[in-house]
Design a protein around this ligand. Structure first.
Ligand code: AHR
Length: 323
């Protein structure tokens, strides 16, 4: 069969249009790919955070490449470089520590891959190295813990109130900020003294170990434990009990996160208050990622709304807890 020149041209043009229409459709339907570098699996909070991100990605139809850094910055840098090499659409990560990100974030920027920070902040000289940061206000969490203590000590007649502090991971945003927020507030009461402060790396095992050392060094002369997260507080509670003391009574226990384990400890009378830090960031993160990739203008800082839960409300609040 023979075709005229014009018929041949028309055939070729419609084939081109058809193929470009097909490729546009398939591009539009291609799922967004997110590379996510997680801090690790150090706490109940972190498990809830990872599950929230995985579930939300699934629900949003986003392909998630999830890497656990086991609390090591070098693993996060490697993961980010591998996401860049794989040409993912967007990179999100919760930085284990605050500093040392400049180089790898510049590499992501050069590759035109947007970066979203979740949970923890970074210190960089160029704020354009990340598109947005979604997470809690850790300084405010520390202040909330401090305010609770200021109120509570009004009932105490001690001349000095000795506080021991279990810090989070050295150099991490929550450890630095929770420490400074707490100190900013308690400074108004000269009776309150932080006599020992050491890292428990946000884990139960380390929290217990460091509390044992505090108890050995200070004997019974500790009135308050301020732990930067619930897991360390739960570990420390065990150490206090093993030392023959009553956590929640002989030593007031203050912590941060609001995980179910903390509510159980409050119901058992072993923990006095937990300041909430919400790990359920997944749904907001997926929306943010879609907006960033679509080129929409997004807020540079999105702060999570949180509360304070003293032991007195634990029984009532426990059934509402989602993590
Ligand atoms: O960055 C958030 C902190 O990290 C949580 O408070 C703690 O439990 C976690 O390990």
């Amino acid at each position: 069969m023979r075709f005229s020149k014009n018929a041949r041209r028309a055939f070729i043009l419609s084939a081109v249009l058809l193929s470009s229409a097909f490729s546009t459709t398939s591009w539009a339907q291609k799922p967004l790919v997110m590379g996510f570098s997680q801090v690790g699996a150090e706490s109940e909070w972190r498990t809830a955070n990872s599950n929230s991100i995985k579930d939300a990605a699934k629900k949003a139809g986003i392909t998630l490449k999830f890497a656990d850094a086991q609390q090591k910055q070098e693993n996060q840098v490697k993961a980010i470089r591998s996401f860049i090499a794989q040409r993912v659409d967007v990179i999100a990560f919760s930085p284990v520590v605050e500093s040392g990100w400049e180089t790898v974030l510049r590499e992501a920027k050069a590759a035109k891959i947007p970066v979203i920070l979740t949970d923890r902040a970074v210190t960089v000289s160029d704020p354009s190295l990340f598109a947005s940061f979604i997470g809690s206000d850790f300084v405010e969490e520390g202040r909330r813990a401090g305010r609770w203590l200021l109120e509570r000590v009004k009932k105490m007649s001690n001349a000095t109130i000795n506080i021991v502090e279990l810090q989070g991971t050295v150099g991490s945003a929550p450890a630095l900020d929770r420490k400074s927020g707490f100190e900013q507030v308690i400074v108004v009461n000269p009776k309150l003294k932080i006599i020992r402060s050491q890292t428990g790396d946000f884990t139960r095992a380390k929290g217990k170990e460091v509390m044992e050392a505090f108890l050995k060094a200070q004997g019974k002369n500790i009135q308050v434990l301020y732990a930067h997260n619930d897991d360390m507080a739960i570990g420390a509670i065990q150490a206090i009990e093993e030392a023959g003391l009553k956590p929640g009574q002989d030593i007031l226990v203050i912590s941060i996160d609001g995980v179910k384990g903390a509510f159980e400890a409050m119901i058992a009378g072993k923990l006095n208050v937990t300041v909430e830090c919400n790990p359920l960031l997944g749904p907001q993160l997926m929306q943010l990622a879609a907006d960033v990739v679509a080129g929409k203008t997004v807020q540079k800082r999105i702060t999570t709304l949180e509360g304070v839960f003293p032991a007195e409300v634990a029984v009532k609040e426990f059934p509402n807890r989602k993590y």
